[in-house]
Design a protein around this ligand. Structure first.
Ligand SMILES: Cc1cc2nc3c(=O)[nH]c(=O)nc-3n(C[C@H](O)[C@H](O)[C@H](O)COP(=O)(O)O)c2cc1C
Length: 358
């Protein structure tokens, strides 16, 4: 499958953009485990134009993670165009993705993100203008519609395609659903089945196993799938899905010890990434490096279902140093070795209480 001339291979599996989750260190790790393309956290166009440090940090990409998409959101044509140009010049990403899907109040309530589903003319104006302003391929990520009564995606996808986008990602929920209920893939399938659609369709929503990824390709005909929450504390999910899609078998060579070492590596890499920050050297701290990774560890399916793990999980979320996290991982490993590994498939990949959700 290709996005313009970027070849993502057969049945690509993409890492979803997730705020406070898909930072550089995590993207590199997912890439190593087989993610076909990775996305940055979303960046506010207005904040980027004002050179807010945190936004500048979010658009830093490395060659090792390519192909990589940097995602922007905003509600105004001029600022979206300006932000896209800044990203094209500064980050030189392979793709610039526009977020028309974020449902949270502070974004959608102000008309940006999924808020655009209530102002399609402006959504199309922004898309057209951004496509025209940059040479980088522009893609869009959105939802089925604003609510149950307005699932407009089949028409909308065509209109967005006419604006010149190079691919579209569809999360199979409405804005009103936020993250509740199940993603409805039938609409994603209808977009793909529309003979007028010629750009790649990336399906997103609730893919948390190799079997579900395979079903998305087979049943709904999508060109790629995108994995979000199921990657929390489980970057190896890309390896699991890749092997299943390519070789038709479920990976058996990933032991608990191996997974624990991946998590240790994630901690280490996150701290390294933080310490090498150049945008704001004052913030280049070890604590900065473990902020996001603590939540990954606390939500790893490796630890779910472990008897009485709650206290350790809280300690993980409150840890203030790498050393402390390594110690807690050691404790967790001892518990697993003593009582056995819980079965990851029986466990929800997300603990809404400990995650801020977009
Ligand atoms: C913590 C969190 C942060 C997110 N941040 C973004 C974001 O910055 N941009 C975006 O387009 N979607 C964002 N999303 C939505 C995901 O990209 C994805 O569409 C959604 O989680 C559904 O996919 P999943 O079921 O595989 O998780 C976020 C989701 C979560 C849980």
């Amino acid at each position: 499958m290709k996005i313009r001339d970027i070849d993502l291979g057969n049945k690509p599996v993409l890492l979803a953009p997730m705020e406070d989750v898909t930072d550089l260190a995590f993207r590199l790790l997912c890439k190593e485990f087989g993610a076909s393309m990775v996305y940055s956290e979303f960046v506010s166009a207005d904040a980027l134009i004002r050179s807010v440090n945190r936004s500048l940090q979010k658009i830093v990409v490395q060659d090792a993670e390519r192909p990589v998409a940097v995602q922007i959101y905003g509600r105004d044509v001029d600022s979206m165009v300006e932000a896209a140009k800044i990203i094209e010049n500064e980050s030189k990403p392979d793709v610039i993705d526009i977020n028309f899907g974020c449902p949270v109040k502070k974004v959608a309530g102000k008309g940006a993100g999924a808020g655009m589903l209530r102002n399609v003319p402006l959504m199309l104006d922004i898309t057209r203008a951004v496509v025209k302003a940059v040479n980088t391929p522009v893609t869009v990520k959105t939802r089925l519609g604003w609510d149950h009564e307005s699932k407009i995606i089949v028409d909308l996808a065509e209109q967005l395609q006419d604006c010149g986008i190079a691919a579209i990602t569809i999360h199979g929920r409405t804005r009103s659903q936020m993250y509740t209920g199940e993603a409805d893939w039938s609409y994603i399938g209808s977009v793909r089945a529309n003979p007028r659609m010629h750009i790649p369709i990336i399906g997103n929503g609730d893919i948390d196993s190799p079997e579900k990824a395979a079903e998305a390709f087979e049943r709904y005909g999508v060109d790629a799938v995108m994995v979000g929450r199921a990657s929390f504390g489980r970057p190896w999910i890309f390896k699991e899905i890749r092997e299943y899609l390519d070789q038709g078998r479920v990976t058996t060579d990933m032991t608990t010890e191996w997974k624990m070492n991946v998590l240790r590596r994630q901690v280490h890499d996150s701290v390294e990434c933080s310490l090498s920050r150049t945008d704001n050297p004052r913030k280049a701290t070890e604590l900065g490096g473990i902020m996001h990774v603590r939540r990954h560890l606390a939500n790893s399916p490796l630890f779910k279902g472990i008897h009485d793990f709650r206290k350790t999980r809280i300690k993980i979320l409150r840890a203030e140093s790498m050393e402390e996290l390594f110690q807690l991982l050691k404790e967790a490993e001892t518990i697993i070795n003593k009582f056995g590994t819980p079965i990851a498939d029986e466990i929800s990949p997300e603990d809404p209480k400990s995650l801020k959700i977009n």
